[in-house]
Design a protein around this ligand. Structure first.
Ligand code: SF4
Ligand code: SF4
Length: 258
């Protein structure tokens, strides 16, 4: 026991300073995609053709990348002969609207609007979430669960996960919402007392992700629940999730370090 206490003292404080400061991200971290404003070569659709989730395309406004479908695999950056697609180290991917996840060349960051005053007053200092694992691969759950460890210490922001939807203020859905999980997802949300918050964590929960189109899945939480926050990534980095949650509650978060 004494050795454990001594080791704990030796380690000192382990909790990251976020949001006061931005912790270092791993060298291979891939953040917000960036679309260059330079024109595509005539007739080229190499990036869209290479994308496994249909996240890239072109419409009357030109090239777009739907972050709500993107799994940040990086294939498009390699496929584009003109190097129009690249990846920044910006972890701030969350948006309070689904449309806000559609990126354009020279476009702005996805925006998280704080909850309106009535819900913000209720939840800004105490937000309890029921997590619904709706058929994903469990990586989104892992990166959500890690927020409750000593490194991120989610509880210091008044945010926590609870077992019963009756004790929750909102629902955080992960996974593409399989047919088997649809009723449970809807029932869990309905069991949370109003007013409540709806959050989709991970590309699967936003659009179905890699599983979109499978007859066993239903397109994520987006078609089924009123959502206040969309957090892309496959899975999202824990700081991407934390950043989205804090901004939803009206807190400031830091930009990425170079
Ligand atoms: S990084 Fe995103 S947009 Fe690019 S190929 Fe992968 S899924 Fe598609
Ligand atoms: S978004 Fe990616 S990491 Fe999350 S459940 Fe789906 S496949 Fe897994």
């Amino acid at each position: 026991m004494l050795n454990i206490l001594l080791e704990r003292l030796r380690q000192g404080k382990r909790t990251v300073a976020f949001p006061a400061a931005m912790p270092p991200l791993p060298p291979r971290f891939r953040g917000l995609p960036v679309l260059a404003e330079s024109p595509c070569a005539a007739g080229c659709a190499s990036c869209a053709g290479a994308c496994p989730t249909g996240a890239l395309g072109a419409d009357e406004q030109g090239l777009y990348l739907d972050l709500g479908r993107c799994i940040l695999c990086g294939t498009c950056a390699e496929a584009c002969p003109g190097r129009r697609v690249s990846f920044s180290r910006d972890h701030r991917l969350a948006s309070s609207t689904r449309d806000g996840l559609v990126l354009r060349p020279g476009g702005r960051l996805p925006h998280v609007a704080p909850l309106e005053p009535a819900r913000r007053k209720l939840f800004a200092k105490s937000l309890r979430l029921r997590q619904v694992s709706a058929g994903g691969c469990n990586a989104c759950e892992a990166d959500t669960n890690v927020l409750t460890t000593i490194v991120f210490d989610l509880g210091r922001f008044g945010i926590d996960f609870v077992a019963s939807p009756r004790h929750a203020d909102g629902v955080a859905v992960t996974g593409p919402v399989t047919r088997n999980m649809l009723e449970a997802t809807l029932g869990t949300f309905a069991a949370v007392p109003d007013p409540r918050v709806g959050i989709a964590i991970g590309t699967c929960a936003i659009s179905g992700g890699l599983f979109d189109g499978s007859p066993e899945t239903t397109g994520g939480a987006t078609p089924h629940l009123p959502l206040d926050l969309y957090i892309p990534g496959c899975p999202p980095h824990p700081l991407t999730i934390l950043d989205g949650l804090l901004r939803l509650l009206g807190q400031q978060t830091p930009p990425p370090t170079a």
